[in-house]
Design a protein around this ligand. Structure first.
Ligand code: IMP
Ligand code: MG
Length: 183
């Protein structure tokens, strides 16, 4: 069934079918890599939850789950540059193979900080899987090991991604109209 476009969006960037196909491919790649290892998937709240829920079901090897919440943009579309841990992991990651699952890698400041923090806890490895990557916006020295889609510099919402806590429940991903954040 064709989705009606939300009036605050310019257009749909990826449909729910396109996202689902890509998530399956990412799941297969991760399955190949982590078979026989101690995979711990760490979802970054809240933006990654929708992607995370689909991704772990596309991974066909044993895994454990955990979540972290870090402060991010608030109601603006610009990064503040400061990262605060709002919720830490429950699991001890020493000796484990950690896969950080993120919705979108933008300036990279958040994940750069997070990776450094988790490295101090002596995991066997840390890799990053992000659904979206705005590579041209990168300000920190970080890249993802698994990327769903490379996207241009535009503000996107849906499939977990928000603007001022809205639009997370859209099943597709679209470009937010500048009318909305110019208000
Ligand atoms: P970074 O530290 O600049 O890489 O910020 C990453 C975080 O900013 C993501 O986890 C998102 O929460 C948020 N973010 C960056 N770009 C977008 C976007 O286009 N739409 C929604 N959230 C975004
Ligand atoms: Mg996020």
């Amino acid at each position: 069934m064709k989705e009606l476009l939300h009036p605050d969006l310019e257009y749909v960037l990826y449909t729910k079918e396109e996202i689902a196909r890509r998530v399956e491919v990412l799941g297969e790649m991760i399955t190949q890599e982590y078979r026989g290892k101690e995979l711990l998937c760490v979802g970054i709240l809240k933006g990654a939850v929708v992607f995370y829920a689909d991704l772990i079901r596309a991974i066909r090897c044993e895994l454990a789950t955990d979540f972290m919440a870090v402060s991010s943009y608030g109601a603006s579309t610009q990064t503040s540059g400061t990262v605060r841990i709002v919720k830490d992991l429950n699991e001890d990651i020493a000796g484990r193979d950690v896969l950080i699952v993120e919705d979108i890698l933008d300036t990279g400041l958040t994940l750069h900080y997070l990776r450094r923090l988790l490295m101090e806890r002596n995991p066997a490895s840390i890799r990053i899987c992000t659904l979206f990557d705005k590579r041209e916006r990168r300000a920190a020295d970080i890249q993802a090991d698994y990327v769903g889609f490379q996207i241009p510099d535009a503000f996107i919402v849906g499939y977990g991604l928000d603007y001022a806590e809205k639009y997370r429940n859209l099943p597709y991903v679209g470009i937010l109209s500048s009318r909305v954040y110019a208000k």
